[in-house]
Write a protein that binds this ligand. Structure first.
Ligand SMILES: [Zn+2]
Length: 537
């Protein structure tokens, strides 16, 4: 192994959210979803987008058909079709999987090949010589058809540690047949960084600089990002992974961490540097499309990634953010957040007010601190409910929401003879001078109230269609205070780029729900550019 490896100046980013990422439990993408995710990835500036496996999945074949027909326009990224080598004993020219890959009409194809002895003899049940020929034939055929070919060497790390000779033969055969990148895959995801260092270093030394190396890590040992970073340090110039770390089991290498680690810490060029601040909004937008609530603790892009909860240290953090943050949050499109709780002193509230652009005088500041203490005593919890906290602070500064005024709401839940439950909500509101009454059904009280409120005010605020509730949590709080059971409702919402949480607390679950819901809608309207302006002028 070379003594002191120097990472490459530039690494190409290959996203496989649409194929490998969509293997995640609970993640199911329509063709329209796939097109929207691809547009976001292109916007972010990744080099390659793996669209799917056209031979294995009719939905993927349709995606490539519609993309080729002009439904997907990529400004930066190159679309890639995925598939496997020809069958053992068959011919590349007549192999149906290879034909499907060509049919996808992408400039680049990614060919997966078994590169571990055990998998050849036990799952493929063929000889090592034939396995190498399958790679050479398939790559040669696709290159002859005018395709750029990347080779995904499946189970490479495990295979190499077991029989390095065979695993290396597979790489050499692919390179000689014209493959442009040899991607070393940790398919079972169990590798550790020091093994990656050793294996990539020794492959690099054996192959020289004649062919580019890539890497593809799964996160089963919790090291997918670390392994990707290590592989680049050892000379890999092509990194595969998924946005938000989506994927089967424990997921793939999370590109939303790999990209900033390489770009900000190792000074390796990945996506165009001016696009790095798109990382957080794109990660959240894709989470919205795939309908999985974003993880607040996700490095770099999570809502808590730069959140500080430190009564004593808060003013120090405000003075010297760099001392408490590993990178500048703005560099990845995220932001510093000061977490407010009953433990917070006035300095935290003052910072929060400053962040929101509110001017609170001493009396208003003292009133907010008192109000927070009182509400937290009653079961409110503002550490997570940033949306409700902002509304409360704006109200303390004299602001009053004028989007709508509630007259009354009513929820009816009915058990029908056939055993089905139907929930119906009626909302009466004033919107400007108009009194509006709307009724809607839903699969539960929150859903029905949400539908009724949208029906009532939606015509005046069409931009509300961008706001969705993404999560809803109900918790019954400790009743030791002797006040009877109190219910706390938390609602997470998004407008596609911004996410916020609102809270409601009451002895009545419907009242708690309404309070969290109405805060969510008010917050959404407040932040949507120009919401309801015409109406209120
Ligand atoms: Zn994979």
């Amino acid at each position: 192994m070379s003594a002191d490896p120097a990472p490459p100046a530039r690494v190409e980013v290959y996203d496989t959210t649409l194929r490998d990422g969509s293997q995640q439990e609970g993640l199911s993408l329509t063709v329209d979803d796939k097109i929207r995710v691809a547009e976001q990835l292109d916007h972010l500036g990744v080099h390659y987008i793996e669209g799917g496996w056209p031979g294995a999945n009719p939905k993927d074949a349709e995606f490539f058909r519609r993309a080729a027909a002009g439904e997907l326009t990529l400004a930066r990224a190159t679309l890639v079709a995925f598939g496997s080598t020809r069958k053992a004993g068959g011919r590349a020219e007549s192999d149906p999987v290879l034909a499907d890959m060509l049919e996808a009409r992408t400039g680049v194809v990614c060919l997966v090949a078994k590169s571990a002895e055990w998998h050849v003899t036990e799952t493929l049940r063929t000889s090592l010589t034939e396995a190498v020929d399958m790679v050479a034939d398939s790559v040669g055929f696709l290159v002859a058809q005018g395709r750029r070919v990347f080779l995904d060497a499946e189970h490479f790390f495990d295979g190499y540690l077991d029989n390095p000779g065979f695993s290396s033969d597979v790489l050499r055969a692919a390179a000689e047949a014209g493959a442009e990148v040899l991607v070393l895959c940790d398919t079972n995801g169990g590798s550790l960084p020091f093994e990656v260092e050793r294996v990539v270093g020794s492959v690099r030394d054996a192959l020289g600089d004649s062919v580019a190396l890539g890497c593809h890590f799964h996160n089963d040992s919790g090291c997918a990002v670390a392994n990707s970073v290590m592989a680049v340090r050892m000379g890999v110039t092509h990194v595969q992974g998924c946005v938000n770390g989506y994927g089967e089991r424990t997921g793939n290498a999370d590109l939303t961490a790999v990209i900033p680690d390489l770009a900000l810490k190792m000074k390796v060029t990945t996506i165009p540097p001016e696009r790095l601040p798109l990382l957080t909004p794109v990660a959240h937008h894709i989470a919205e499309v795939v309908n999985i609530a974003p993880d607040p603790h996700q490095p770099f892009v999570g809502a808590s990634a730069f959140a500080h909860k430190a009564g004593l240290h808060t003013s120090a953090i405000a003075r010297q953010r760099a001392a408490y943050e590993h990178v500048d949050p703005d560099s990845v499109g995220n932001g510093t957040r000061f977490v407010v709780s009953e433990m917070s002193g006035r300095s935290t509230i003052a910072l929060k007010a400053q962040q929101l652009g509110l001017s609170l005088d001493d009396a208003a500041m003292a009133a907010v601190v008192e109000q927070l203490k009182d509400l937290e005593h009653r079961g409110y919890h503002f550490e997570v409910a940033d949306g409700s906290l902002e509304l409360l602070m704006r109200a303390a500064a004299g602001w009053k929401q004028t989007f709508f005024a509630l007259e009354s709401h009513r929820v009816i839940t009915e058990l029908r003879e056939d055993g089905t439950f139907v929930t119906e909500a009626t909302v009466k509101v004033l919107v400007g001078d108009d009194r509006v009454i709307a009724t809607a059904e839903g699969n539960g009280p929150v859903n029905a109230l949400d539908a009724a409120l949208r029906k009532a005010i939606g015509p005046v605020y069409p931009e509300l269609a961008q706001v969705h509730l993404t999560d809803f949590k109900v918790r019954v709080l400790d009743t030791s205070r002797g006040t009877g059971a109190v219910t706390r409702v938390l609602i997470d919402s998004t407008d596609g780029e911004r996410t916020w949480t609102t809270i409601g607390v009451s002895e009545n679950v419907i009242e708690a729900s309404w309070s969290a819901l109405s805060d969510s809608v008010v917050y959404g309207l407040l932040h949507l550019e120009g919401a309801g302006k015409d109406r209120r002028e």
